[in-house]
Ligand binder design. Sequence first.
Ligand code: HEM
Length: 128
Amino acid sequence: MMQQSPYELLGGEKTLRRLVAAFYARVAKDPLLSPIFPKDLALTEQKQFMFLTQFLGGETLYSNEYGHPMLRARHMPFQVTPKRAERWLLLMQEAMDEIGMDGHGREYMYERLTQVAHHMVNAADDET
Ligand code: HEM
């Protein structure tokens, strides 16, 4: 039995707030990702904070507000190509580096994000 959820192990709200801030600051500047995201990333960042909280075993903040995540369906309006998925994961690693996230918690989180990111792919690279 795990004594702590990954959410707690990683440092809870404080860590996830810092992570999403570092991540979307990079998304905003990224030539491959920024075109498909809104200009104002405040709500996107908040939604991701809520989603990651429940994804890692914290309170079900996202579902309480927005219902079932259905992430693949919610990404269908956007061309998520293999290259964009790899870039998303790279920027997430850079954000983790920036805030000093490490250890087993980081490995676990990154592994699970990798699976979700690949599952989000819904377009071929040559469609963009
Ligand atoms: C929303 C792109 C992977 C979680 C979005 C949006 C875009 C996007 C363009 C809409 C932003 C908005 O309208 O606010 C991508 C791309 C990915 C990716 C290119 C590359 C694979 C992921 C992954 C996760 C995730 C791995 C979760 C671990 C979310 C969530 C939302 C979202 C929770 C908000 C959905 C909503 O309620 O509207 N994503 N995403 N995304 N994404 Fe991703």
